[in-house]
Design a protein around this ligand. Structure first.
Ligand code: APR
Length: 226
């Protein structure tokens, strides 16, 4: 079975990584445009680096949870493609093989001058840290107002899906949210989220109103266990 799993911040919530829009969400105390936009970077790059340095530290001290681990185990019997909006590496650490990061990766940095000059990083980035072209390093993250280069790879994957599972995302940020429309109308779409969201109310959606860990267990029981 070719299963595409679209994940968002909610799948990492049980690993202790705050979501963006929930109570106590990540943006709280920050204006999104100050820490996650090219304008914010131009105005105050220290603030932006500090914001992502804190995110990186939090992610490095977190562990994959039952949802990441159960999804990784499905690789043994199914063709699983994870498409994540998350910048953490918890799907990787759980052992999933096919992962596409739509919004970048916190454990990579890149040159401000050359978006293709990408380097792994697991410590803080400071002003004055430069890429091999001599230009300042920035987090390898897609900010608001920037292109989403991985979208082009994600679209055909969603088009070919035989099952689509959407876990822990509010599906309000485009173009990621628009991926749903590329799924064939014939295929079943499952939404796992403890909260009712705009998409969970739609017709033809199988809504599993649970946290990610329990929700993935339920999905496997309902759909993949004969
Ligand atoms: N299990 C599953 N889902 C959960 C859990 C949980 N334990 N806890 C919360 N959620 C759900 C929330 O109900 C919400 O619908 O996860 C969702 C998180 O939504 P957002 O905070 O909006 O995160 P996300 O959808 O990933 O944001 C998309 O927005 O800010 C940008 O680039 C950033 O990739 C991010 C994008």
């Amino acid at each position: 079975m070719r299963i595409v799993v679209l994940t968002g911040a909610g799948i990492s919530a049980e690993s202790g990584i705050p979501t963006f829009r929930g109570a106590g969400g990540l943006w709280e105390g920050h204006r999104i445009e100050d820490v996650a936009s090219p304008e914010g970077w131009n105005k105050n790059p220290e603030l932006v680096l500090d914001f992502y340095n804190q995110r990186r530290r939090g992610i490095l001290s977190a562990q994959p949870n039952a949802a990441h681990i159960q999804l990784a185990a499905l690789d043994a019997h199914h063709e699983i493609q994870i498409i994540t909006q998350n910048i953490d590496d918890l799907h990787e650490r759980a052992g999933s093989k096919n992962i596409l990061h739509l919004h970048g990766e916190i454990l990579k940095a890149r040159s401000v001058k050359n978006p293709n000059l990408i380097t792994p990083i697991n410590g803080d980035i400071q002003i004055g840290d430069v890429a091999s072209d001599g230009a300042q390093l920035r987090p390898h993250i897609v900010w608001f107002g920037e292109q989403v280069p991985m979208l082009e790879m994600a679209i055909p994957l969603v088009e070919q899906a035989e099952i689509l599972v959407i876990i822990g995302t509010s599906m309000v940020v485009y173009p990621a949210a628009g991926l749903l429309h590329y799924a064939s109308p014939e295929i079943p779409v499952y939404v796992i989220n403890p909260e009712i969201t705009e998409i969970s109310r739609r017709k033809n959606i199988h809504f599993i109103q649970k946290n990610a860990g329990e929700g993935v267990t339920e999905f496997i029981r309902l759909v993949l266990t004969k």
